[in-house]
Design a protein around this ligand. Structure first.
Ligand SMILES: Cc1cc2nc3c(=O)[nH]c(=O)nc-3n(C[C@H](O)[C@H](O)[C@H](O)COP(=O)(O)O)c2cc1C
Length: 299
């Protein structure tokens, strides 16, 4: 028997049925006296019932009522939103300035509100704002990179057969140049792996959950990642997604450990951050979309 979680004030309730209609988990049913919590064990705690009630008649015991402030118009037009997305670029030149604690907190507070499949909210966030720790992670990653890169060279034909000739060739050439730049870093101060970013945000979750057959954690982390990229854009923070870090943290225990990711967890997204030392003057260019709108009557 699951304990009821909703306190429904029937004196306030107008019996409009909005809560029952908004409930995706069929927890609420409209009956004679008003809304009734018929399947409390099914609740995913999305809060739709509380948020939709026009007379504030519902309190959810698992959710702090102060977490439901009245909605405010964001005041952003589509044009502004689109411009924000089109202005954003991956930043690979950073100032040495540390990422401020206030900015780190603002980013975490913002990503808290992303949607997740079944409202699972099981992603965890590790925000490394100490450049020394970021450097340590990069150095561990580099050991993995050297190993992986020598395998690419040794087993080039396998990489080629598993991908394409152009991908294999590009990987080999990029790897060669990156290693050369790293070797010359004393002179050039180049960091082809982490771009000298002072901060790294890591999104992770227990491996069992990520790999579970019903899990959408990878999709959730993609949403989280892009949300962070756009939030950072509004704060003047440069970002660069680090696929390298995600891959190597999951391949090598030493990278995971240096990244402070708990054992048994998988990294699902990694984002380098800092204040940009480069400014782009033109919008992002992309190929035309491969897309189709199918309307009424279309086949
Ligand atoms: C999942 C993912 C992984 C990426 N991994 C890396 C990476 O390891 N290193 C890097 O410099 N850029 C990485 N990028 C950045 C892409 O190269 C970049 O987004 C793309 O070239 C488009 O450029 P833009 O972001 O400036 O528009 C990654 C981007 C995504 C979405």
């Amino acid at each position: 028997m699951v304990k009821e979680m909703l306190q429904i004030d029937l004196a306030k309730c107008t019996k409009c049925g909005s809560c029952a209609r908004a409930c995706t988990a069929y927890v609420i049913e409209m009956q004679d006296p008003g809304p009734v919590e018929v399947h409390p064990g099914n609740c995913i705690e999305c809060g739709h019932c509380v948020a939709v009630c026009p007379v504030n008649a519902i309190v959810h015991e698992h959710m702090d009522a102060s977490g439901f402030p009245e909605m405010e118009e964001p005041g952003i037009t589509f044009k502004q939103f689109n411009q924000l997305a089109r202005n954003r670029r991956s930043i690979r030149r950073f100032k040495s300035e540390l990422l401020s604690k206030e900015h780190a907190e603002q980013i975490l507070e913002s990503v808290r509100y992303i949607p997740t499949a079944e409202n699972a909210q099981e992603l965890e966030y590790l925000f490394i704002t100490d450049p020394e720790r970021v450097g340590l992670i990069r150095n561990e990653m580099l050991k993995g990179f050297k190993m992986a890169f020598s395998l690419v060279k040794h087993f080039y034909w396998i990489v080629k057969s598993q991908t394409s000739e152009s991908y294999a060739r590009r990987s080999r050439l990029t790897g060669d140049i990156a290693m050369k730049k790293w070797t010359d870093r004393e002179k050039t101060h180049e960091d082809p792996f982490f771009h000298n970013a002072p901060a790294l945000l890591i999104v992770h979750a227990p491996k069992k959950k990520v790999k579970g057959i019903t899990s959408f954690a990878v999709n959730d982390a993609g949403i989280a990642g892009y949300h962070v990229l756009i939030a950072c854009e509004t704060l003047g923070i440069g970002t660069c997604w680090s696929g390298y870090h995600t891959k190597f943290a999951n391949m090598y225990g030493s990278v995971r450990k240096a990244s402070l990711v708990p054992k048994g967890h998988m990294v699902i997204a990694s984002i380098l951050m800092g204040y940009p030392a480069i400014k782009y003057k033109r919008d992002v260019y992309r190929k035309p979309l491969h897309s189709r709108i199918v309307g009424p009557g279309d086949q």
